[in-house]
Ligand binder design. Structure first.
Ligand code: PBG
Length: 326
């Protein structure tokens, strides 16, 4: 038997040198849930190990991550429900918690790229991602897009280094590019949540961001999880044509085929979002003793990288430093 693939698996050093997929802290974008106030740090029951933090606490946490080599973070604003209204007007307040954080990060010279999630679901009383139609049956596309442009410009004035529209409204990227260019932000890249599914895996996030829809669902704007791959490619291609500098596929774990195919279809870097439910599944199964935590986490991330992601958004923050050293 001359051909024995197992020959390459006998020596541990050889196994390691031949490892084709590698991960480093540089591959990760760390999500941050910002709450108002000072010295606030709140646990999120369905995301053990992840916290809502006030800007001062978040700066301190991210500074530690920066010393570990992490380069980028993604901001979500979480506001008091008393400030929510049906248009999500707090999202457009230039002094809201996201803008406050960005200014503080500039002042403290936090050595990382600050990306902001652009959406209204954390700010609307109904929890939908934009302005509702009169009969409340759907989100109005163009009115929502116009407000996203204002939100993005505010974030850029406050110091955002990249913006990430997550609402799945048609034409968002083109409108943002034109709006940002006109406001003098032609060098700020757009990371488009181009391929975003109406997924059950966002459950814990909605607790973390206090953004669950009060009624209905997001199926009229987010994609059908069982949609054909053509729809994913169409969304990604459209966003690149409108000027997206990077595209995202979200969630990651159940959509590795989508990551691989979109990767081939567009030439811009692809970002995959390992979402809250993916994290919660890994954490809960390992807490129960049903899977080996560290090995399962690494395996989930290797899969995403191997499928073709250039960058991964993941709730695995500081623990990665330990895991990647293994
Ligand atoms: C929308 C947004 C969501 C997530 C990121 N941005 C929630 C949604 O679309 O319902 C989910 C991320 C996660 O589950 O980790 N602002």
């Amino acid at each position: 038997m001359p051909i024995r693939p197992r020959r390459l698996r006998q020596n541990p050093y050889l196994r390691q040198t031949l490892q084709g997929v590698s991960l480093s802290v540089r591959d990760f974008i760390l999500p941050v849930f910002l709450i108002e106030g000072q010295n606030q740090k709140r646990a999120i029951a369905s995301l053990p190990g992840v916290y809502q933090m006030s800007p001062d606490v978040a700066i301190k946490w991210l500074s530690e991550r920066a010393t570990e080599g992490f380069l980028a973070y993604l901001l979500f604003g979480v506001i008091d429900s008393s400030k929510k209204d049906d248009t999500g007007s707090e999202a457009l307040n230039a002094d809201n918690v996201v803008c406050t954080f960005l200014r503080l990060a500039c002042e403290r010279q936090l050595p990382m790229l600050g990306i902001t999630d652009l959406c209204f679901c954390e700010y609307t009383s109904h929890g939908q991602c934009g302005i509702l139609s009169a009969d409340q049956s759907t989100v109005k596309n163009d009115e929502t897009v116009a407000r996203l442009v204002t939100q993005a410009i505010n974030h850029c004035h406050a110091g955002a280094g990249m913006i990430a529209p997550s609402g799945m409204m048609d034409g968002t990227v083109g409108a943002l590019r034109a709006g940002l260019d006109a406001a003098g932000f032609d060098q700020i890249p757009i990371l488009s949540y181009a391929v975003k599914y109406a997924s059950a895996f966002y459950g814990p996030f909605r607790e973390a961001a206090q953004s669950a829809p009060a009624f209905g669902d997001r199926k009229s704007y987010q994609m059908n999880p069982a949609a054909s791959i053509d729809e994913a490619i169409r969304e990604a291609t459209l966003d690149v044509a409108q000027g997206a500098d990077l595209v995202m596929v979200k969630p990651a774990g159940a959509y590795l085929d989508v990551i691989a195919r979109v990767r081939q279809a567009v030439q811009v870097p692809l970002v995959a979002y390992q979402v809250s439910g993916e994290y919660a599944m890994l954490e809960s199964a390992s807490q129960a003793g049903w899977i080996d935590h560290d090995r399962a986490v690494l395996e989930s991330l290797w899969g995403i990288k191997r499928a073709g992601a250039s960058l991964i958004i993941s709730y695995y923050g500081e623990i990665l430093v330990k895991l990647l050293g293994k």
